[in-house]
Each structure stands twice: as structure tokens, then as C-alpha cells.
Design a protein. Structure first.
Length: 93
């Protein structure tokens, strides 16, 4: 988790500083947060993420969810939809 946070910070703050990139970043922030975020707040939000938060979000979006697949080429090794769907269900005993 710590390595991912370091890489995210590096990618956010080492981006090209062109006007187009700045506008794109600002637009993304406005769509997500209804305002532009200062760099210090972005760092605080990234630092607040821990492994439990990642598990919570993964559980919310990945557990027992519908599966969408696509394939190109021969399908002789691809599992059936039912088998893929079973892998997202938690088995309780």
C-alpha cells in the first residue's frame, strides 16, 4: 500500500505542466469533488488510505458482482461465464 501511495503521488506531481494538462487535472477534480483540490489536500487524502480501506472498496465493488468479459481469437481456453461468476461469490460454510 505504501509503495502504491508513493507511486500515485509521484505520478500526480510529476505530470507535464502544460496548460492542457493543468486544465485536464482541474476538470477531473471538479467532476469528482465539485471543486479544485490543492496539492496539500490531495496528499492528505492519499495518506489517509490504508489496507482496510482498500479491502472495503474491493469488497464493495468486486465481491458477488456481475462479470463482464471479452475475448479475441480462439476461445478454447476461456472458462464459461458461470465459472467466472462463481469466482466472485464468497462461500460461507
Amino acid at each position: 500500500v505504501e509503495r502504491a501511495k508513493r507511486e500515485l503521488k509521484a505520478s500526480l506531481f510529476s505530470a507535464p505542466t502544460s496548460a492542457e494538462a493543468a486544465c485536464k487535472d482541474l476538470g477531473t477534480q471538479v467532476l469528482a469533488y465539485n471543486r479544485g483540490l490543492p496539492a496539500s489536500e490531495m496528499i492528505l487524502r492519499i495518506d489517509a488510505i490504508d489496507s482496510e480501506e482498500i479491502k472495503r472498496v474491493a469488497w464493495k465493488y468486486l465481491n458477488d458482482a456481475e462479470v463482464s468479459t471479452t475475448a479475441l481469437g480462439p476461445l478454447h481456453g476461456m472458462p464459461q461465464y458461470y465459472a467466472l461468476r462463481q469466482q466472485t461469490v464468497m462461500h460461507r460454510y
